[in-house]
Design a protein around this ligand. Sequence first.
Ligand code: NDP
Ligand code: MG
Length: 388
Amino acid sequence: MRKVALLGSTGSIGTSTLDVVTAHPHRLEVTALAAGRNRDLLRAQCERFRPRLVSLTRPEDAQWLAGQLSYRPEILHGMDGLRACALESGADTLLAAVVGAAGLASAEAALRAGLRVCVANKESLVVGGALMRQALAAGGGELLPVDSEHAALHQLLAGHPPEAVREVRITASGGPFRDWDRPRIEGATIDQALNHPTWKMGPKITIDSATLMNKGLEVIEAAFLFGLGADQIAVTIHPQSQVHAMAGFHDGTYQLQVCANDMKLPIQYALLYPDRLPGPVPPYDWEAARTWTFEPPDLERFPCLALAYQALAEGGTAPAILNAANEVAVAAFLEGRISFWRIQACCGAILSAIPAEPAHTLDQVMETDRRARDAARTWILQHTQGNP
Ligand code: NDP
Ligand code: MG
């Protein structure tokens, strides 16, 4: 029986994870649930899964929850609550599905403690990839990707020595603006950007998919997960989201990974690895393959992808700087304070303005994250007075 601490249980990945747990009652058990502010959903999840440790962001919500439940779990709050859920609930597995750099410290601590850490929270690998790898080596646990492209690469690269791999390709749907010309993209509205063609996800990653920053973050994520250089990771636009990644070997051969675009598949892969069991997703329907197409990305209309390659090449804290600027810019866009096109402008400006340094410690990386957020907020104020 795998004992799972689930951070971000009220989100898109969190609720899909609980569907996977429900489908495997003899293999998976929940020991901790952590959420941000959605206390009503967390309450329902607690009654259903009965975790012994629970956490919310705000102390008043934690107090409210304590008065609502029909049993008495330990209820915590804030970053300490996230960390305690990871380390003190008796879990042997962490499913990290918080959104943003807020998920880094708990995932790093769990790796250091030797847990199996299933990472959906790609920002933690972008911001602290080198530190996560060090924690993995020190703790002797396991790091398994949940991001669909990286779960695909984990499957494709297994059993191949690194020197056999020439390149990997991760696919991108291209998002809702794949066919739009640049002037139209520049003025895209919030509703248009939230209208993702193939995946149903939380708002932040949905905007990242529209700018292609999501694919950029995934290039950086792949570099840290699989020890690949920027020149070994390519992106292919595949609007149907059925082929998730490809591995290219030196003999000229490619292997592709195919499955339905349902996150329950990579979630189950990471939780049950190395076992393959029937789960909550029906068998693949090969009729879908009739429509497959592949095309290269357009960096002129989607400059965020180029910025991510730039940050990966710069190394050190550059990916953390880019990620922080992007988190601030996406939040500002979702609040109607900046236009869609300003997301990439803000990210580019902050990446150029703050020099990258070697990333030695978690504190140093989090300090860089804070500085880059402040710089992004200032940039937004300066560039938007009366004009988003
Ligand atoms: P959602 O916005 O749907 O969910 C985010 C979750 O994190 C919610 O449970 C939210 O709580 C919680 N949360 C946010 N901030 C905090 C915090 N400071 N402390 C504790 N909990 C917090 O996002 P997704 O599920 O879509 O994405 C989660 C992560 O997985 C992201 O990093 C994303 O990039 C990655 N991912 C997602 C995919 C998807 O299909 N959705 C695919 C691949 C990767 P609440 O809602 O209660 O406030
Ligand atoms: Mg992905």
